[in-house]
Design a protein around this ligand. Structure first.
Ligand SMILES: NC(=O)c1ccc[n+]([C@@H]2O[C@H](COP(=O)([O-])OP(=O)(O)OC[C@H]3O[C@@H](n4cnc5c(N)ncnc54)[C@H](OP(=O)(O)O)[C@@H]3O)[C@@H](O)[C@H]2O)c1
Length: 274
């Protein structure tokens, strides 16, 4: 269990393995009973999209059953509950950014298991807030921006997929936004059960890679050239949605703010990493 940190309006305690494992419901009950939080946020998931194809049982155990256990425990303790979900619940064949009302049709095991998690959470908790986000990057853990920065230092040339489109989202911006909406949720102000929240603007992976490298290496002479390639040229076990842009106007209408442009957020994260 991590030490608590304070933010205006709330203090945060983060818990993870081994103290709390989504595959061990007894640990969820023990932690929530001892911590007695005002709001529970489940950001944990089986997130390896390609590995989920060969380990579907584990993906469902964590993303559906684990989420359901946390939601049910929060309900039993009469505590508001927030679940993080994904743009990968959509097929990616739409021509407009997806709204919360659009039909879901996941293309891979990860997306299907996260969608099952959404449904399980809605069944287990009376007033959950499910937030779907997308293309998350940050200075921490492993993510696309960090991988591109590493490869830009290691390789003479980079090939990056340019035919998938989404909304890149800084985990820092997402965390700030979530902390900003915790007080009204804690105070049980009415809210929709499902909202989309991503960085403003949209991009392909190629766009995101270019911005990352340009911010890290301002001198063109020092940058490795980036080549746009198709998804077919970079085969992976899991199918990805071609266009999973999220329409975040419902979140802005309800809470009165939106996340900044992804380009600014990338610049910030790269500056922190450097
Ligand atoms: N990354 C994206 O682009 C993206 C896009 C849309 C939505 N999301 C959603 O955003 C949330 C956070 O994703 P992320 O990218 O930050 O993922 P991440 O870096 O892979 O982090 C996942 C976290 O979940 C924890 N976890 C995994 N299995 C667990 C289990 N059985 N019990 C307890 N904790 C477990 C991991 O703990 P360990 O450190 O112990 O492994 C890790 O801390 C997830 O709900 C994901 O579905 C992510």
């Amino acid at each position: 269990m991590e030490a608590a940190s304070s933010h205006p309006g709330c203090s945060v305690t983060t818990v993870g393995r081994p103290d709390l494992s989504l595959e061990r419901p007894e640990t969820i009950a023990a932690v929530l009973r001892s911590q007695r939080p005002d709001v529970v946020i489940n950001a944990a998931a089986f997130t390896n999209v390609d590995r989920a194809e060969s380990e579907p049982d584990r993906a469902y155990e964590v993303n559906r059953d684990g989420a359901a256990h946390v939601a049910a425990m929060a309900e039993a303790l009469h505590v508001p509950f927030l679940q993080i979900s994904t743009d990968y619940v959509f097929s990616g064949s739409a021509i407009e950014p997806y709204s919360e009302k659009d039909p879901v049709a996941p293309q891979n095991v990860y997306g299907t298991s996260k969608l099952a998690g959404e449904q399980a959470v809605l069944a287990a908790h009376s007033t959950p807030l499910i937030i779907r986000t997308s293309w998350v990057f940050s200075p921490f853990g492993s993510n696309f921006v960090k991988t591109i920065l590493r490869l830009a230092c290691e390789r003479d040339r980079l090939r990056v997929v340019s035919d998938q489109r989404g909304c890149p989202t800084s985990a820092l911006d997402l965390a700030d936004a979530i902390l900003r909406i915790v007080p009204p949720i804690r105070d049980r102000e009415p809210h929709p059960n499902l909202l989309h929240l991503s960085g403003s603007g949209d991009a392909t992976w190629f766009d995101l890679a270019c911005r990352t490298v340009e911010q890290a290496l301002p001198s063109p002479a020092r940058r490795p050239p980036l080549d746009p390639i198709t998804t077919a040229e970079y085969p992976l076990p899991a199918r990805r949605p071609v266009d999973s842009r999220l329409n975040c106007t419902a979140f802005a209408a309800h809470f009165g703010f939106k996340l900044r442009q992804w380009t600014e957020a990338v610049d910030d994260v790269v500056r922190r990493l450097l």
